[in-house]
Design a protein around this ligand. Structure first.
Ligand code: SF4
Length: 206
């Protein structure tokens, strides 16, 4: 059976979100929580397949913390050696919730856009205000600082290496890069990305 070969699944707990990023594919457009029938299918899939790891995703998954914890508990009862991670925008990532998730061995990845100007340009609250200060107020209280997922568009490639250095100076040590796909990457912006990436590599090995 093909499903047998599935090793990882990503669960979109909700498409609802407490942010409204300008590049979002879900957010406010589809305020939809995962259904009970989909949850049942996930349990069956995990039971009958080689799934070893699960990512909780959204929308913003921490809007459904109670459901997340229920799923986590049930999935572990089906397969005790499952590994879990969660991708969050950080608005609800208080030290208390962070510790709760760490205690349950759920790895956390925080999505940000590099620096404050870039971040606030794209990642806004529903009233249009920026979210950098709100997130950093939470994140600077977290130990260890979570892994970061840096999202950027072709227009924001310039300065990526500088952002990485600045984040590193502020104790953000685990970084991943997520160029937004499906929008206007030209040869020039791809070359720029290559240059920035090379600077990051040079910085990491220096
Ligand atoms: S945080 Fe993620 S789900 Fe929420 S609006 Fe931004 S891109 Fe969309």
């Amino acid at each position: 059976m093909k499903l047998k070969n599935v090793s990882h699944i990503t669960i979109t707990l909700t498409n609802n979100c407490n942010m409204q990023c300008d590049y979002c594919y879900c957010g406010q457009k589809y305020e939809k929580r995962i259904s009970a029938s989909v949850i049942d299918k996930i349990y069956s899939l995990v039971a009958m397949s080689d799934v070893r790891s699960i990512t909780f995703f959204g929308g913003e998954p921490l809007l459904e913390l109670e459901l997340l914890l229920q799923l986590h508990q049930t999935l572990l009862s089906i397969k005790p050696d499952l590994r879990f991670c969660l991708t969050t925008n950080g608005l609800l990532l208080t030290p208390k919730i962070y510790q709760l998730l760490l205690n349950k061995n759920i790895d956390i990845t925080l999505s940000i856009d590099g620096n404050q100007a870039r971040h606030d340009k794209h990642r806004k609250l529903h009233d249009g205000s920026g979210t950098w200060d709100l997130i950093m107020k939470n994140v600077m209280l977290l130990k260890p600082i979570p892994r970061v997922r840096l999202t950027f568009s072709p227009k924001d490639v310039h300065g990526l290496a500088h952002d990485v250095k600045t984040l590193h100076e502020n104790e953000f040590c685990k970084l991943g890069f997520y160029p937004i796909s499906g929008i206007g990457w030209s040869i020039e912006t791809l070359e720029q990305y290559t240059q920035e990436y090379q600077m990051i590599v040079d910085f990491c090995i220096s």
